[in-house]
Design a protein around this ligand. Structure first.
Ligand code: KIV
Ligand code: ZN
Length: 514
């Protein structure tokens, strides 16, 4: 991809503004995402991070809507951030007063201008709309505020009326004119016409606030910027009313990667900020969300992984480091030998050619059966392959059980640990528990284990059914391993599965020590 600089783009008739402002509204429109409500403390955390990212403006809330909004705005103000803080207000004196009460110096006033808003929501004539909009701007200017004016539902407003409203509020002193696509109906080509037209007619800086109802918010915002818009309203993770607003990370990274336009943001903070916002709002991003989704830099197919391992640019439009994300090689039915080799290297697992082929086949057949192969699965498969070629450190030598009414079930277990036989008895809530407790006692000093998961299934019918036991154990270093066994006796199947898993953990521990 050839990255052009701003000068080249301007020369090619792109009407880019000299300065493009990023106006983040995660804490206002983003908080209007259905089901989202942030505490004062959470708003402070996000504001701090937005400031560190380097956004020009942060819309901290709608002070007239609650006391909490005024309190959070004040507390954010006390942080002394570099970003300009903005408060939303309807074109009403009371709303502007609330912004003043919150100690903010920048107000974003708005009033609906489309026929639908005039007739069904506000029940106001065109004249009344203009008068109210102008009064709001004048009142805010008289109180020393910087004023950004939004014509709500601008994109469904008759253009001559929209221009009339804009002319009047400019005369009243508005510093920024914002064009909200309130229900996200724009397309890039219409955006091009509309914003070019507004830019040709107004000297006041133009801002855009585009919603994502048809998935076009980022494309439309980018188009507006290409046509000279001076500012973009955005949110982290594209949060906002209904399907959200233009996503900050998508817009900023498109400008940076496609055009080489650096807005001066520290983009390496994007991934962690996206995660913070996801955690605090409870709105988790889908894996395929551009820039910040889990799969944004994940590769599975053999052809892609091969390319990536030689040169990451083959299948990545930007490096994950640019946004603080990381590359992930995923194993599955499309996995190629190169991907597997690189994964095994990552975990310092050395397999000979025969073992490698067996592990490769097993991963492919797991993938074919519709399973996703996690890194833990790979380690378990590889270690099983390795352990089958080595001596098993712990071998079951004997088992005795006693249980009955009124006494605790007791298990006596005999193990050979590194060639030395040991035997002990223990009680438990049932015979399986008693046997596992006895194993724990016997391996004390060799290995500490936690039983993370225990699953028992009967795989044939009848009282002589085969029992299949699957377990996951872990050690204090956080290593995990799986164990599996099938036997007609449930206790026996359980013990063999647990020992299988412990032996793998022991091999992992010993191989990491060598
Ligand atoms: O979407 C919208 O129209 C808004 C206004 C308050 C600007 O959020
Ligand atoms: Zn909005």
């Amino acid at each position: 991809m050839t990255v052009k600089n701003i000068e080249q783009l301007k020369a090619e008739n792109m009407n880019l503004a000299d300065k493009i402002y990023i106006f983040d509204t995660t804490l206002r429109d983003g908080e209007q995402t259905p089901g989202v409500a942030l505490t004062v403390d959470e708003k402070i955390q996000i504001a701090q991070k937005l400031n560190n990212l380097g956004v020009d403006k942060i819309e901290v809330g709608f002070p007239a809507s609650s006391k909490g909004e005024i309190e959070s705005a004040k507390k954010i103000k006390d942080l002394g951030l570099k970003s300009t803080l903005v408060g939303l207000a309807r074109s009403l004196k009371g709303d502007v007063d609330a912004v003043l009460d919150a100690d903010l110096e920048y107000v974003h006033t708005f009033i609906g201008t489309s026929p639908l808003h005039r007739d069904y929501k506000l029940k106001m004539s065109k004249e009344k709309i203009i008068e109210t909009a102008v009064d709001g701007v004048e009142y805010a200017k008289d109180h020393g505020l910087t004023v950004e004016f939004s014509a709500e539902d601008a994109t469904r407003t008759e253009s001559d009326f929209l221009f009339e409203v804009f002319n009047e509020v400019v005369d009243a002193g508005a510093d920024f004119l914002d064009v909200p696509d309130t229900v996200g109906i724009l397309t890039p080509i219409v955006t091009h016409e509309l914003i070019s037209d507004i830019k040709d007619n107004f000297k006041t800086p133009i801002s855009v606030h585009f919603h994502n109802d048809f998935g076009l918010a980022t494309a439309n915002t980018l188009t507006a910027i290409e046509c000279g818009a001076n500012q973009a309203h955005v949110t982290i993770n594209g949060l906002g009313e209904r399907t959200g607003n233009c996503s900050l990370e998508e817009l900023v990274m498109t400008l940076k990667s496609a055009y080489g336009i650096d807005l001066g943001l520290d983009t390496t903070r994007l991934y962690s900020l996206s995660n913070l916002v996801g955690r605090l709002t409870g709105v988790k991003m889908p894996v395929n969300k551009p820039i910040v989704g889990d799969n944004a830099f994940a590769h599975e197919s053999g052809i892609h992984v091969h390319g990536i391992l030689n040169n990451a640019s083959t299948y990545e439009p930007m490096s994950p480091d640019m946004v603080g994300h990381s590359r992930k090689i995923v194993l599955g039915k499309h996995t190629g030998a190169n991907a597997l080799k690189s994964k095994l290297k990552e975990y310092h697992i050395d397999l000979d050619e025969k073992q490698f082929c067996k592990v490769f086949d097993e991963i492919k057949s797991l993938g074919d059966s519709g399973k996703c192969v996690t890194d833990d699965d790979l380690i378990a498969i590889a270690i099983t392959e390795l352990s089958s070629a080595r001596e098993t450190p712990i071998v079951l030598k004997g088992l005795g059980l006693s249980s009955g009414g009124g006494v605790s079930p007791t298990a006596t277990v005999k193990l050979e640990i590194d060639g030395v036989e040991k035997e002990t008895a223990s009680t438990g809530v049932g015979p399986v528990d008693a046997a596992i407790n006895a194993i724990r006692l016997l391996i004390q000093g060799t290995m500490d284990i936690e039983l993370e998961e225990y699953n028992l299934e009967a795989i044939t019918g009848g009282t002589d059914a085969l029992a299949e036991v699957f377990v996951i154990t872990s050690d204090p270093d956080g290593n995990k391993s799986t164990g599996r066994a099938t036997n007609q006796d449930i206790v026996m199947a359980s013990i063999i599965a647990v020992l299988d898993s412990i032996n793998k953990l022991l091999l992992i521990k010993r191989s990491s020590l060598t």
